[in-house]
Ligand binder design. Structure first.
Ligand code: IYR
Length: 222
């Protein structure tokens, strides 16, 4: 047995009453998160984005391999290329690749191949899954549940950005291979999604959609 264990730092024991109000307050806060497509170009400090990435990096991961990478693009020349590459894939998606069923499912969201937000928003965070690690001597380290781990980290990142007061858009151009080239990421990293972050534009509109009720998303057995 080689486990190195320490006492749980900052252990808490809230009363039921406290947890009741904390959980409700958090729900009231997170339910205000909306995916936004109209971004303001107003600047946001990089340190805010860094704090949110640090929060994401606290996510649990298979064997603590932390198989994620967050590549950040501020307002710069790369933006035009990112938009062009993404829109190329998106046109292909909307015009050729997407099944009628998929297009029907997207209809209520009002999305199309125009991705102007990729140039407008102050930050793009390209999230990569490290399929395997590489040691300084070049040998490979196996990663476990890498996709699940990065999904959890991304959820924390979106929550942290919302908590900071920023809006996000989880953008999934497909295929996303071009992100490796633009963000100069190695072969062992696979693009997971492109997160757009910034202030929502004044007067931004969002789809009139609802989240499911507790009874629809949850069940009990005794
Ligand atoms: N990637 C495309 C299409 C798209 C797919 C899903 I699933 C969405 O929830 C929204 C859009 C795009 O970004 O437009």
């Amino acid at each position: 047995m080689d486990a190195r264990l320490i006492p749980l730092p900052n252990a808490k024991h809230f009363s039921n009453k406290e947890m009741e109000s904390r959980s409700e307050e958090f729900y009231m806060h997170i339910r205000q998160r909306r995916t936004v497509r109209d971004f303001s170009s107003e600047g946001v400090s990089r340190s805010i984005i860094d704090n949110c990435i640090l929060a994401a990096g606290t996510a649990p991961s298979g064997a603590n391999m932390q198989p994620w990478h967050f590549a950040v693009s501020g307002q710069g020349e790369a933006r035009k290329i990112i938009r062009e590459e993404a829109e190329k894939e998106e046109r292909d998606f909307y015009q050729t690749k997407a099944s009628p069923e998929w297009l029907k499912a997207l209809e209520p969201l009002g999305t199309d191949a125009n991705k102007s937000f990729l140039e407008t928003a102050p930050f793009l965070i390209a999230i990569f899954v490290k399929s395997y690690g590489i040691l300084p001597n070049g040998s490979r380290v196996k990663h476990y549940y890498a996709t699940e781990s990065v999904g959890i980290a991304t959820g924390i990142l979106i929550t942290a950005l919302h908590n900071a007061g920023l809006s996000t858009l989880t953008h999934t151009p497909s295929p996303m291979g071009f992100l490796n080239k633009i963000f100069k990421r190695p072969k062992n990293e696979r693009p997971f999604l492109l997160l757009v972050a910034g202030y929502a534009e004044k007067g931004a509109q969002v789809p009139d959609i609802q989240k499911m009720s507790l009874g629809e998303i949850s069940s009990n057995i005794i």
